[in-house]
Design a protein around this ligand. Structure first.
Ligand SMILES: Nc1ncnc2c1ncn2[C@@H]1O[C@H](COP(=O)(O)OP(=O)(O)O)[C@@H](O)[C@H]1O
Ligand SMILES: N[C@@H](CC(=O)OP(=O)(O)O)C(=O)O
Length: 440
């Protein structure tokens, strides 16, 4: 019986956190496969090592000195090594990396060293074997994990009885060049390993006691979600609850492996359990509220559009050309809007607008920025009347203007668009409206 245990950056931020990790591992002999992220923030104004590595790269790219940044990385790792009385090996690795950075370095290789070096320290400390992710997580040319090749590599390299530490967040192409996953990707490494190794459960250790009903940085002391389904988790994670990566859901869901989100700073807390079916009898109407800022709304106006064929298709083809994902498409009689992430639109802004205008033969294309999308998620909302009414009147009372409303027919999620500046107030208003009568 194997449990895959993934520790996020906050769980390996310093020597004290490493000691907590060791206690967790030692307390359960089935925790034999450990995945770690790069050392994270010790406190809120600290820096994640991954961010420092990205910054080093940008400094080098623009010919600016990066020594101070690199020294911060060196200090973080050597302090952990010293305080844990580990054999001193990290300086050599860091000297090698510094030299490579000074000469010429690939960005994915550089940033992956955060996970690589943290995992090396952790494997030394736990006395577990270090397995480099580049040897077991193999990517296809399109950047997706090559499940067949990776599975074979894992079966060749890892025995069921092995106790191992694997760095998360990266793998390699067949030619061994390093490839990074998207931010927060160590969750995916853990989930993938849980699938391949037929783990009984995938534990994801972080700095909060599971998934909370709202972001604790916005709502003071939000309630904890005890159990939720894979679908609800994907909705919450995709829409902003960044406690776990949304792509970490599918590998474990395929085999029905439960995910436990647990708190390294409070290991006795039950955290959140995610499974296919929620066995809890009493369920609140709302599972959780989350959201993301910084969306743009592109509105295409074309008179007599209702009699045309293919206008929306042409607009979507245009977005596909620039690889911009369209989150929502509210439509009117002679107009429709595309809701997209501002960061994805920005680099091609002028090209997209002129292409859209030409391909759809629109009368007008306009764009407004600084929108946030907020999601209210629950599989128990279906057929429950009065929820949207309460939601909109509560926001109306706070003078919050809703620019967009979207609900899929499975009624799993209601999404509303508000101005960025109303983001926190909107989440707080919804939370307190439904918390009062135990709907949340
Ligand atoms: N709904 C939510 N429930 C729990 N945490 C949330 C939620 N939304 C946002 N968060 C934030 O996610 C953080 C945990 O994710 P992350 O910073 O990636 O941790 P780690 O370093 O363990 O990977 C929490 O500290 C919390 O601030
Ligand atoms: N270190 C990477 C990958 C990761 O998963 O980190 P964390 O588990 O600390 O969110 C990042 O910051 O994106």
């Amino acid at each position: 019986m194997i449990k895959v245990t993934k520790f996020g950056g906050s769980s390996v931020a310093n020597a004290t956190q490493f000691k907590k990790v060791k206690n967790i591992i030692d307390s359960d002999p089935t925790r034999t496969v450990v995945v770690t992220s790069a050392s994270g923030k010790e406190q809120s104004d600290d820096h994640k090592m991954t961010d420092l590595l990205y910054l080093c790269y940008e400094h080098k790219r623009y010919g600016m000195p990066f020594d101070d940044l690199f020294q911060m990385i060196r200090d973080k790792l050597t302090r952990i090594e010293d305080e844990l009385d580990l054999e001193s090996t990290i300086s050599e690795d860091l000297d090698f990396l510094y030299q490579k950075l000074s000469d010429s370095i690939d960005i994915d290789y550089l940033v992956s060293r955060g996970e690589y070096l943290t995992a090396k320290l952790l494997s030394n400390y736990l006395g577990f074997k270090f397995v480099d992710a580049k040897d077991i997580i193999i990517f296809k040319p399109n950047g997706q994990i090559d499940e067949k090749r990776s599975c074979k590599a894992i079966q060749n390299l890892i025995k069921e009885s092995d106790k191992i530490v694997v760095p998360g967040f990266y793998g390699a192409y067949p030619d061994k060049s390093i490839h990074l996953m998207s931010r927060g990707g160590s969750d995916i490494t853990g989930s993938f390993l849980a699938n391949v190794m037929d783990a009984v459960c995938y534990e994801n250790w972080t700095d909060v006691s599971g998934i909370l009903k709202a972001d604790p940085r916005i709502v003071n002391n939000p309630k904890q979600i005890e159990t939720i389904t894979y679908e609800e988790l994907r909705e919450l994670a995709y829409m902003g609850a960044n406690v776990i990566h949304e792509e970490a859901v599918n590998p474990v869901r395929q085999k029905g492996i439960p995910i436990h989100i647990l708190n390294t700073n409070d290991p006795q807390n039950r955290g959140t359990v995610i499974t296919a079916e929620d066995e809890q009898e009493k369920r609140q109407a709302i599972t959780g509220i989350t959201g993301k800022k910084d969306f743009s709304i592109i509105t295409v106006v074309k008179s007599h559009m209702s009699n045309d064929f293919g206008t929306i298709r042409k607009a979507l083809e245009c977005m596909e050309k620039y690889r911009i994902i369209v989150e929502h498409i509210p439509t009117g009689v002679d107009s429709f809007s595309l809701v997209v992430e501002t960061a994805k639109l920005k680099p091609f802004y002028y090209e997209v607008i002129s292409d859209l205008k030409a391909s759809t033969q629109a009368d007008k294309v306009s764009v407004i920025h600084d929108f946030a999308l907020i999601a209210i998620v629950s599989r128990f909302m279906k057929n429950k009347t009065g929820m949207s009414g309460r939601l909109f009147s509560a926001l109306g009372e706070q003078q919050i203007n809703i620019s967009l409303i979207s609900q899929t027919s499975d009624e799993l999620t209601i999404i509303i668009g508000v101005k960025n500046e109303d983001y926190n107030t909107t989440i707080q208003t919804i939370y307190y409206e439904f918390e009062g009568d135990d709907s949340l």
